[in-house]
Design a protein around this ligand. Structure first.
Ligand code: B16
Ligand code: MG
Length: 227
């Protein structure tokens, strides 16, 4: 390959947008979801463990409710389900309202600042319908060029919809996007969308990711562009 072709290939592979999951990537709201879901389970007369709570990460509110009701052997009609999901969300929002910028996960602000300085677009790709409020509370809203969340999608991860909409919103092709995800379903969604999948968490769990980091303190724009 000539040196001109090498340079062209390099630019063809260049990442132009980073798409971030919220819960478990930017901030750990899973602890608040757990408290609120547990309160719901307790009011319905059963309990579930932190280990079971792991299965709720990255999936939608109503899918979470169905799983939890299944654990407790509780059957509700659609109207009752909606009422309980609303209660859970109200309890969750009480906790979210107390969130502060100190809860942003390590290395996140520095990496997002570096992306912005490099001209790389930043979008959110979350299942949460509360993402804007959470980003406001942790003072991270201004970093994002686009927010795609539970209010914009009708297909949950591992469907790639949330990330494909993120690519569209940042005017990038899927292959120009890198996705940062803590959930197995989220990594699968990124791969299904034809994007670079960077797992945040444990390499033993996020086996389908192209690369896994434990925290953003391990990530830099230089490392991203070399992947
Ligand atoms: P909400 P993510 C997800 O956020 C959470 O991981 C998941 O536990 C939650 O059920 C889902 O958002 C919906 O959240 O009830 O606030 O709409 O990981 O996709 O950023
Ligand atoms: Mg997540």
């Amino acid at each position: 390959m000539s040196s001109t072709n090498t340079i062209q290939t390099y630019y063809m592979n260049h990442i132009k947008a980073c798409l971030f999951d919220l819960d478990g990537v930017i901030v750990d709201t899973a602890i608040y979801h757990f408290q609120a879901w547990r309160r719901l389970a307790n009011e319905l007369g059963f309990d579930f463990t932190e280990h079971q709570n792991e299965q709720l990460k990255g999936i939608s509110r109503m899918e979470s409710l169905d799983l939890i009701l299944g654990w407790g052997g509780v059957t509700l009609n659609d109207e009752e389900k909606l009422a309980w999901a609303t209660k859970k969300n109200d309890w969750y929002l009480e906790l979210v309202m107390q969130m502060t910028p100190n809860e942003v996960l390590p290395g996140v602000p520095a990496f997002l600042t570096a992306l912005r300085e490099s001209g790389i677009k930043i979008a959110l790709g979350s299942a949460s319908k509360n993402s804007k409020l959470i980003l406001e509370k942790i003072q991270m809203l201004d970093y994002f060029d686009a927010i795609i969340d539970g209010n914009n999608i009708n297909k949950s991860k591992p469907d790639p919809q949330v990330f494909l909409l993120g690519a569209e919103a940042t005017n990038c092709q899927p292959e120009e996007c890198a996705v940062f995800e803590d959930a197995v379903a989220g990594v699968q969604a990124a791969k299904a969308g034809g994007m670079l999948a960077i797992g945040v968490g444990s390499a033993d769990v996020l086996t389908e990711a192209d690369v896994v980091i434990a925290t953003f303190e391990e990530m830099s724009v230089e490392r991203l562009l070399a992947l």
